[in-house]
Design a protein around this ligand. Sequence first.
Ligand code: SF4
Ligand code: SF4
Length: 389
Amino acid sequence: MEDIEATTIRPSAGFARRIIENGGETLKKCFQCGNCSVVCEISPDNEPFPRKEMIWAQWGLKDKLLADGDVWLCHQCNDCSTHCPRGARPGDVMAAIRNISFYQYSTSPVMALLMSKPSYLAVLLLAPAALIFGFINIAAKKGFMDIKPMQYINMMPEKAIDLAFIPAIIFSLGAAYLSVKSFWRALNANKPASAPVMPAIIEAAIGVLRHEKLRKCITNAPRATSHLLTMYGFIALMATTSMVAMLYWAHVFGVIGFEYHEIGLSHPARLVVKLVGNVGAIMAVTGVTLIIMRRYGAEGNKAGVTGYYDSHFIFILYVAIITGMLAELFRVADIPSLGFGVYYIHLVFVLSLLAYAPFSKFAHLLYRFTALVHAKMTQRDRARTTAAN
Ligand code: SF4
Ligand code: SF4
C-alpha cells in the first residue's frame, strides 16, 4: 500500500482579502477551467501556473503562495487574463500576490507599513530631505549660488554625497540580503534545490539582460521595450555616478593627476561620463514614460493592475530621472536659482530610491532573480513541450 502524505492546509480569509485589496479583486470568479495555465508561454508542463495559484488565492493559502517561486516567474504579460473565460484576471492576481510579498519579506515591520500606503509617502521623503538639507548646511561653500562657474559640488561636495549615500546603500544592501535569504529559505523548503548555483545564476542573469521571457508577451508586448530601456538606462546612470565617485577618490588618493570637477568638457574622462550619463538618462526617461503611458493610458487593462507599490516605484524613479536631467539643463543654462533647488530634490529622490529599495517594488528585481535561479536549480524553468496557440 502506498504511503499517503498528510498535508495541513491552513485557509485564511484574511489573506484572500489582502490579495483582493492589492488588486486581485477578480480572483473569486475563477472556476478552475485551466485555460490560463495552457496559454501561459512560460509555465512548465509539470504543476503549471497560474491555475493552482488561483485556487490557493481563493482559499487564502498564505504559506503556499509566499513560498511559491512560480508567482515570480510570472511577469504579468496578461496573456492568461485575455484568455480567461470568466474574467478572473489571473495575471493581476499573481501581481497582487507579489505586492504582498514585498510586505511579508520585509525585514522591518515599520518600513513595510510605511511603504504600503500613500498616506506615509511624505514621512518617507522627509528623512532623506532632512538628511540632505543637513549636509548642505554643514558642507556647502558659503554663497555657493553665486560662485562661477555654477557647480553643484559647491552645494553638496563629493565627500558629503558619499557620507549621505554610502551608509544608505549599506543599509539597503543589508536589508536586501536578509529579505532574499528568508525568501530563498521559503523556496527551498517548498522545493529543495540541488543543482549547482553558479551556472543557474549565470543563466538567469543572461535571461534577465536579454529580457527573453518578457519578449514572449502577446497581450502586453510593448512592455519588453519599455522595461529594457528603463533597465539599461538605470544601469548607465548608476555607472555614471560610480565613475564620478571613482575619479574623485582616485584623485584624492593620488592615482590620477586631475580632479574630475575641475576638468573641462573636452577632457576624455568628462566626455565619457557625460555620454554615458546622457544616453542613460534618455533611455531611462523614455522607458519610464512608456511604462506610464501603458499603465495609465487607454491600454491600461492590457498592462494589468497597477497597485500602490507600482505607482510608488514609478513616481520615485521618474522624479529622480527628470530632476537629474533638469539639473543638468539648468547648470548648462547657468540658472542657479532653479538649478540648486532641482538638484536638491534630485538628491532626495535618488536617496529615497536607493535607501528604500528592498522595501519597495524595486525589490522585484531581487525576488524575481532569486526565483529564476531557484527555478533553474530545480529544473522548473524549462520550455514547455506543449506550446499554446
Ligand atoms: S483564472 Fe480563468 S482561465 Fe484560469 S482557471 Fe480560473 S477561470 Fe480558468
Ligand atoms: S501573466 Fe503571463 S506570465 Fe503570468 S501567468 Fe499569466 S500568461 Fe503566465
